[in-house]
Ligand binder design. Structure first.
Ligand code: ADP
Ligand code: ASP
Ligand code: MG
Length: 412
């Protein structure tokens, strides 16, 4: 029998009635002849609530116990879906991450999957045609036996990794939109649904803020060549649509220069004024940040005209902003900056498209269009298939819409 992995996100399992609707989708695929493993998220809002409780209990909480608490949301939905499937006359059982097991690293809160043993699930298919209902987001670090979680949005990664482990024909990610759009359809109503998007572009879109798929899930889909669909759980289970296929670039006939626009509020800007313009100064700034595991993203250094001092601007994830400022201030004597200026009211807006490899001037058009709208660009980065600009967050929607129209992505 061909195997299928179906994943349902938080909104799709938000109530028992919606879980029943999920069961109808699963039943359809079982009746079509698939051996099905379903991966579920916690009910919408549940993980946020659990994280809130942990933080309320202790500001500097133990990350191992954080995982114990936040993994519980998925335990509830996996059990409920198994019950709903049984009620429809199907054989089904729930699987927690540690039971399968889904083996991960010990990076609690953002663990990486090392391996999945699909034997038990496959045996359930063979012996009893039993649907496997798997709790997403969670795994186990076997040497310590402790429960781990994969980082926010991690159920997508559970699903793709499981699809690779059991050699599923494909992985269907059911969510609250009917596919991947040219940009977040919640902020641009004219966004268009894409029939297909390449692994590379989806990876960039996810890394640059399109939270429809967790970045790691796209990496795994690309690495193991898992055909992955993003589709809607709100479709009529009797008349479903396929949604968007994430696939090889070669399988996409018509390519736009720009495929999508993404934005991320998870950026904070730091500017160091009047630092010495001499060799080694960049290392004195970035080495202590790297040692503290702080990822620096965009970097701009101004070439000074007096050759004595210069300014340096860069961005860090919002969550690391306070820590980064504290580290820089503690190294103030070595770096010898006159002033540290920071801003958290910034957003990174990016355009992504494999067509940028072969077209010049794509980013330049954006700079002009944003300037025409009076939007000031604070930093720019470019790479082979994307460019990003850092702007004031008040202009997020205007900037995303402007670029979306500029590159001809608006729906007619
Ligand atoms: P789930 O709970 O099913 O995992 P998520 O909230 O994680 O769902 O992801 C789906 C959401 O991603 C959509 O509701 C949409 O607002 C957002 N999103 C952001 N960018 C895009 C995009 N380019 N295409 C589709 N959805 C997007
Ligand atoms: N429930 C987890 C979260 O909210 C995992 C997921 O939904 O993918 O982050
Ligand atoms: Mg998600």
């Amino acid at each position: 029998m061909p195997r299928l992995v179906m994943k349902f996100g938080g909104t799709s399992v938000a109530t028992v009635e919606r879980i029943r609707n999920v069961a109808r989708h699963v039943k359809r695929e079982v009746e079509a002849g698939y051996d099905v493993a379903v991966v579920v998220s916690a009910m919408a809002g549940k993980t946020n609530e659990l994280v809130g409780w942990v933080k309320e209990a202790h500001a500097f909480y133990d990350s191992k116990e954080y995982d114990v608490v936040v993994a519980s949301g998925e335990q509830v939905t996996s059990g409920l879906l198994a019950i709903a499937l049984q009620e429809m006359g199907l054989k089904a059982r729930s699987w927690q991450g540690w039971q399968i097991p889904i083996m991960t690293s010990d990076a609690h809160g953002s663990a990486r999957i090392a391996a999945i043993d699909g034997t038990g699930i496959i045996k359930g298919f063979a012996d009893a045609k039993e649907v496997a209902v798997v709790s997403g987001f969670q795994g186990v670090h076997q040497p310590t036996g402790r429960v781990t979680t994969l980082g926010r949005g991690g159920s997508d990664t559970s699903a793709v990794a499981l699809a690779a482990a059991i050699q599923a024909e494909r992985c269907d990610i059911y969510t609250d939109v009917d596919g991947v759009y040219t940009t977040d359809p919640r902020i641009v109503p004219k966004a268009r649904r894409l029939d297909k998007v390449s692994y590379e572009e989806m990876l960039e879109m996810a890394s640059l803020g399109a939270k429809v798929l967790q970045v790691r899930s796209v990496e795994l889909a690309m690495m193991h060549r898992v055909p992955t669909y993003v589709r809607s759980s709100f479709d009529d289970p009797a008349d479903p649509k396929l949604g968007t296929l994430i696939c090889d670039e070669e399988d996409i006939m018509e390519q736009q220069v720009v495929t999508g626009i993404a934005y991320s509020r998870d950026e904070a800007q730091i500017t160091l004024r009047d630092i010495a313009d001499k060799p080694g100064i960049a290392a004195s700034i970035f080495v202590p940040l790297a040692d503290a595991n702080i990822n620096v993203d965009m970097i701009i250094q101004v070439v000074s005209d007096n050759a004595a001092t210069t300014d340096l601007t860069f961005t860090v994830p919002t969550a690391d902003y306070e820590r980064a400022c504290a580290i820089l201030n503690s190294h103030r004597d070595e770096i010898a900056f006159k002033e540290l200026q920071g801003a958290t009211d910034v957003v990174k807006v990016s355009a992504i498209g494999v067509g940028m490899r072969s077209h010049a001037g794509v980013a330049a058009r954006a700079f002009k269009a944003l300037a025409d709208k009076g939007i000031n660009i604070r930093a720019i980065t470019t790479s082979e298939i994307k460019f990003s600009v850092l702007i004031e967050s008040a202009y997020t929607e205007l900037a995303v819409r402007t670029l979306h129209s500029l590159y001809g992505l608006d729906q007619a």
